[in-house]
Design a protein around this ligand. Structure first.
Ligand SMILES: Nc1ncnc2c1ncn2[C@@H]1O[C@H](COP(=O)(O)OP(=O)(O)OP(=O)(O)O)[C@@H](O)[C@H]1O
Ligand SMILES: [Mg+2]
Length: 466
């Protein structure tokens, strides 16, 4: 049972009162503000099981408490006798404790104000007399949101206060979910399948999983598509001396090298069927059988695989074994393509520009709004790798601190208006060509694929100013 003790109590009409309900299981602080003592106590009673309650009857004191205690949730009466009312408390809380929610309690007369307050960030409002069940439900939901927001902030602050998780930059909620999944699965021994388009960071995810695991062995990587089919088997499983002509000494396979560690099988979709069967056997038995070996070797290897192919489609085409698929996808991490999380683009740009500044020994401060806009609307088929390469390209092209060139694969928007007449189009094309060539007519004529004299004629005809 929670209990309550009154910390400070001045004159009743001033009603300076603080109640603290303690509950050992819930440690979230909940600030409740109401200048009607009876109502304050009722609210405290109802919410007491959800956390550690701090009660106040004064708006000014509430601001102090927000500043010093950083409560996870604030429940406040909208109208207070103080000059600091519920709306001021809301504004202050939005600024000081952005992860926390504010719930407003209001009489019928001020419902409209409460509705407006929702627009400026109040989580919800309740009309007096407060429906206890609804209050409890709203509080639970708000605290759940707080936990998620806190966790997100904590993860993002994990690496020197930056928007990074294990060397991965990301602020979008979809990447946050990826980070969270990595954190959850890493310390287990579960098999993980990482899916994502090319360049989305699958290898980085595999590295993060290994780094955050407690496995003492190494992370061993093998790219199933880069190794010829006939070599892949011996790379993975190894062989004994004399196992075949030319096997002049024993070779340890990647499985053995990854013993007590993690084996990352990249591009698993490209693994030949016959090897898929052997891989499944190895995973199921926990034993590896090098070619030519008399005895299988016991191994303890955590398997992480990745692909940018659609494995289900490969299964339908008979190119991937169903049983292996289900064995590998025990835990699935899907990395969304960059175009579906454009909010990650600006922090990624800052991150790569910092790296490029160091690489080139220059101070690259940023990119121009034109380039940023083009980047935000581009489709990035090659995802983060393509973004990184694009920045390197334009850093080389542009020597100033703010990069203002577009990479070669993003086309300059064409200024020709399609609703113009042929003559207008022609005039515009010539103007564009002259602009691109800096007014050099010989180059412009070449660019337009017309003779120099024709160009002169048209310049005169259209009265183009150079
Ligand atoms: N979230 C991220 N933050 C910073 N760098 C990233 C991020 N994601 C990917 N990168 C970088 O982008 C490049 C491509 O990442 P990675 O090689 O892990 O992608 P991939 O999904 O394995 O691609 P592929 O399918 O082509 O093998 C790497 O240089 C990596 O460091
Ligand atoms: Mg890769």
């Amino acid at each position: 049972m929670p209990f309550c003790h009154i910390l400070s109590k001045t004159k009743l009409d001033q009603i300076e009162i603080k109640l603290i309900f303690e509950n050992m299981e819930n440690t979230h602080k909940i600030l409740i503000v109401d200048d009607e003592l009876v109502e304050l106590e009722t609210l405290c009673d109802v919410v007491s099981s959800s956390g550690e309650i701090i009660a106040s009857s004064s708006g000014i004191e509430a601001l102090d408490i927000i500043q010093s205690e950083k409560p996870a949730l604030v429940i406040t009466d909208l109208v207070l006798k103080d000059e600091i009312d519920g709306l001021k408390i809301l504004d202050f809380a939005r600024e000081k404790i952005p992860d926390s929610s504010v719930i407003l309690v209001t009489g019928h007369a001020s419902v409209e104000t409460a509705l407006k307050a929702m627009k400026s960030g109040a989580y919800d409002y309740l009309v007096k007399p407060v429906d206890i069940r609804r209050l409890r439900a709203v509080v639970d939901k708000a605290l759940e949101l707080y936990r998620i927001a806190r966790e997100r902030t904590r993860l993002l602050e994990a690496v020197d206060g930056e928007t990074q998780f294990q060397g991965m930059v990301g602020v979008s909620s979809s990447m946050y979910r990826v980070f969270k999944k990595i954190g959850a699965v890493a310390p287990t021994d579960s098999t993980v399948l990482i899916l994502g388009e090319s360049g989305t960071g699958k290898e980085l995810v595999a590295e993060a999983i290994h780094n955050l695991s407690n496995r003492k062995g190494k992370l061993v990587k093998i790219n199933c598509s880069a190794i010829p089919e006939n070599l892949l088997e011996s790379e993975l499983f190894g062989y004994e001396k004399g196992a075949f002509t030319g096997a002049s000494r024993k070779k340890q396979g990647k499985f053995e090298l990854a013993n007590n560690g993690t084996l990352f099988l990249d591009e698993i979709g490209d693994m030949p069927l016959q090897l898929q069967a052997k891989l499944l056997r190895t995973i199921e038995s926990g034993e590896v059988e090098p070619l030519g070996a008399e005895q299988p070797i016991k191994i303890d290897v955590r398997i992480v695989t990745a692909t940018n192919q659609n494995l289900e489609e490969l299964m339908n085409r008979g190119k991937f074994r169903n049983d292996l698929y289900y064995r590998l996808r025990v835990f699935l991490i899907e990395i969304p393509p960059l175009r579906e999380r454009t909010e990650d683009i600006p922090p990624l740009i800052s991150y790569f520009l910092r790296k490029l500044s160091a690489k080139f020994g220059r101070d690259i401060k940023g990119i121009s709004p034109k380039v940023l806009n083009a980047f935000l609307s581009y489709s990035w088929q090659g995802n983060i790798r393509q973004l990184r390469n694009a920045l390197e390209e334009i850093a080389i092209l542009s020597q100033s601190g703010i990069l203002d060139e577009l990479p070669s694969f993003i086309e300059q928007p064409d200024k020709i208006q399609l609703d113009g007449t042929m003559e207008q189009l022609e005039k515009q094309a010539i103007e564009n060509a002259l602009k691109k060539t800096g007014g050099n007519k010989t180059k412009a004529a070449k660019f337009l694929d017309i003779g120099l004299r024709t160009l002169y004629r048209k310049i005169e005809k259209y009265e183009i100013e150079i």
